[in-house]
Design a protein around this ligand. Sequence first.
Ligand code: FES
Length: 174
Amino acid sequence: MQSTTTKNPQKATKEHPSGDKRFKALDITMKRNQHRQDALIEVLHKAQESFGYLEEDVLLYVARGLKLPLSRVYGVATFYHLFSLKPSGAHSCVVCLGTACYVKGSGQVLEALEQKTGIHQGETTPDGQMSLMSARCIGACGIAPAVVFDGTVAGKVTPEEALEKIKGWGVKQE
Ligand code: FES
């Protein structure tokens, strides 16, 4: 399992400070729409596709990018059922099901996680320890299959490694 650290001080002004490439995908969508405020739903859709869910940091980024008040972005994100806000589990695991990752076996990783935890993607374990989600391309195709554990992207993840990781979080497995 590899972790990515993509920080580059030279590009710091252009990128999200975290260096997370998923923000770049958001930038591209906003740029394509010329940062028009009426592109909000499309941008949020892209954000959910990339992150699996919308957390405050992402909503803030979109609000800044489209020069909209956070309250407006938050309002839209909570109004439409197709958007889900940050999940309730103490830990989060997002499996990328984009083409590159799927071809390299991310489907098996998700299946193993679902089988062992007894929950499906989009759900949280009954003890509240982990929320399991999926995303479509998180911008890490080069290290497919990719999984985001608590916000950190890991690459070339096998089902066994994913199960080991969540075991470390204390998630019960069947
Ligand atoms: S398809 Fe998974 S990172 Fe691109």
